[in-house]
Each structure stands twice: as C-alpha cells, then as structure tokens.
Design a protein around this ligand. Sequence first.
Ligand code: NAD
Length: 426
Amino acid sequence: MDRNPEAREDWISMVRRRGASRSTFQEEVLATVLCVLYPDPVGGYPPAYARDTVPTLPELYPDSEQTLPTPSEIPFTPGSLLGCVSGELGLRRFLEERGHTLIVTSDKEGPDSEFDRHLPEADVVISQPFWPAYLSAERIAQAPNLKLALTAGIGSDHVDLDAAMKAGITVAEVTYSNSISVAEHAAMTILNLVRNFVPSHQYATDGGWNIADCVERSYDLEGFDVGIVAAGRIGRALAKRLKPFDVNLHYFDTHRLPEETEQELGLTFHESVQDLVRNVDVVSIHSPLVPATYHLFDRELIDTMRRGSYIINTARAEIVVRDDVVAALESGQLAGYGGDVWYPQPAPADHPWRSMPNQAMTPHISGTSLSAQTRYAAGTIEVLEDFFAERTPRQEYLIVDGGALAGTGAASYSTDGKASPGSSGR
Ligand code: NAD
C-alpha cells in the first residue's frame, strides 16, 4: 500500500495543517469491522498508476463551510485503488494496530455469502454504493452486535433506515466526499449524449470515417434548456459546471435555494418536477432515493417531456422505471439516457440497459474515482475514530442516530416523513 510515501506525507501534513485535533485513542471495546468492497481488477491489484498522486484540494469543499475529512492519520497512499478487496479502504493496519478485526469480502449475495456468514459477529458494516451490501430488515435482524452501518461514499438507501432506527444502529456516510466526482460525470454524460460521442468513437475505433452516421444525432448543448432534479451538493456543482456552456438552467428541489444562489447560477426554479421536465431538453437527476422519488420517472412523466429529450441519472436507478426508459428510447420519445446507477448492483448480464439504443451507461463508477476514494477512505477513518472513542461523528456525516433520522439524513431523507427501505421490494 505504501508505494508513494511522499504523497502520503503531503496528505498527512495537510491534515495536520487543518488542525485535526484527534489523538490516537485508547479504545476499550474491540470491534469486528465487516467491509464489503468491489472485486479487484481482473488483471490483479495495480502495481502502478497512470499518475503519481492526486491533487491536494483546498481545506473546505466548494461553496461550503465543510472541511475535507480530518482523521488523525492517513494510513494509505492517496491516489491508490482503495475501494476494491485488496485495497481494503486502507483500513487493515489502522484497525489491526488497535486490536480490531477486519473482514473484507466482495461476496455479498445470498444467504451463504461471506457477508451473511460474518454479519452476526459484526459491530460495524462498511460498504460502498458501487457494490452495496444491502442491509435489509431481515439482515439487520441477523446482526445483533451491529452498531454502525457506514457508507464509504454518499447514499445510504441500501440500508433499511426504518429497521436501523428501530435497532438503534447509527447510519453514516462521508457526505461531500464524491459530490464533485459525480457532478463531473453527469456533465460528461450530458455532452456525450448530446454530441453523440459514444457511437462516433466506435466508428473511429473500428476504422471508419462515417461522418454522416456520427453527426445525424449530434447537437450543440449551447442554447438547450437543462433541468436539474434536486439542487443539493451534486446538483449545484453540476449547474456551476454547465453555466459556461450558455445553456438555460432550470431546477426543482423540495427546498428552494436562496435567491442569490439562483441568480449566481442562473437557475430558474420550478414548483414541481412535472413542470420542470416539460420545459427542458435535458434532465439530470440528483435527488436521493426516497419514497417520493421511487419510480418518479415513469412512462406517464416521460411522455410529458419534449420529444427527443435526454435523461441523465447518476442518483439512483430506482428513481426511474427501468422498462419505461427502454420503451421511450425505442420510440424516440427519449433521444438518450445515460448515467451509472443500476438496480440491482451489480446489474445482471441481461439487464436491458446494457443493450438499449442511445445509451451512455457505465457501471457505478462516477463517485469512486481514485480522487474520490482518497477522500472517502479518509472520511471512513474519521468516522471510525469517532465511533471507537464514543464520539458522535460530524452532523453532516449522520443519516440515522439515536433511533431517528439525524444530521444530513434529517435534511435529505425526511421529505415525506418516511425513510429508505434499503432496497427495492416496495
Ligand atoms: P444532498 O443531500 O446534498 O442533496 C440532495 C438534495 O435532494 C437536497 O437539496 C434535497 O432537498 C433534495 N431532495 C430531497 N428529496 C427530494 C425530492 N423528493 N424531490 C426533489 N429534491 C429532493 O445530496 P448529494 O450529495 O447532492 O447527492 C444526491 C444523491 O446522489 C445521493 O442521495 C445519492 O443517491 C446520489 N449519489 C450518487 C453517487 C454516484 O456515484 N453515482 C455518488 C454520490 C451520491
């Protein structure tokens, strides 16, 4: 893990500069930490990387008062592949030096999975939305020791939050750690679809020069009406990135932004998602998956959109109805659909989104760039240090605490008084 000690020193001194006051704790309780991570690259854990390090970012996240993670130490090399099984989120030495037990697996499906086998002994479960360990009510019932369900990343809808509240489990995530990563991916996907990049790239790769085939579906984004569903951290970062393209920006959110933010970003507010979608050419979805957004984009809503609209979804797959998206692409009602979120994850080989026309789908990768991994692995350590020292983690990291929605969870997950059910099955 320690192939780039200089980069690690940089990060450590940055953390110290930021005044991280946490000292190495003398914990009394030894914990079993069960970590579910995505499998290693098929060619094995990378011996080297495309770049030597990741940039050191400013102390605060953009347009916010929130500092980047401030653990007492960074026990991994920033910019290394931490989110896969061999990367272990950089936790092995950190935990074992303190006497804790770390179990890492990617085997998470079915009652005989390693995840299910180890659940009864786990005090802490950590997983990432890209390879989610679905913590349903049934699984929570099998985990009598479980005290903390931690998302290394953002989005805790893979946890049944009601069941977690009843069981007194704290649910936390590393808020903001990958918001910019996702906003960049959404901006990229919008341009990809509107400019018809993927098929054009394929012509080039295949030895062709089919200009007309490439451009018969290619437009400039300039002048388009672009609608953002939910102007939270990601939605606002996307607006900021799209503004220089001279588009007309619109949004809907259950919480309207301050007037000065609307003016600064050039955003027009719509009172409902229904009103938003019929007035735009591109819709980018950035709301959490909650009962109010579950299957929000169904055939009925998509049919009210302008013919040839594009939908980009980097939020959660179940905000749209899978087969209604396929039908709308096939009929031409949608000119394109793109994003990185699927249900379930990993998606089966025959998932229709793999073969539907005019799609720019990737696996769930937008929030797990090497840059993002560095931040959310550091945030994971920060939350674990607080947990072991019996301190409440930062409010912005909390989703559920003390039997109720808390912190960010109270702001983002409570719009209709209900919480996330942890996976489909509604
Ligand atoms: P955030 O908490 O900053 O913003 C969420 C926004 O959604 C808030 O402004 C809230 O008011 C709004 N909202 C809540 N319910 C709504 C509703 N019913 N209709 C419209 N707006 C509603 O969250 P964020 O960091 O911007 O992340 C947004 C979502 O993106 C996460 O919940 C997660 O599901 C997803 N995400 C995906 C990835 C990825 O890798 N693809 C990574 C991070 C987050």
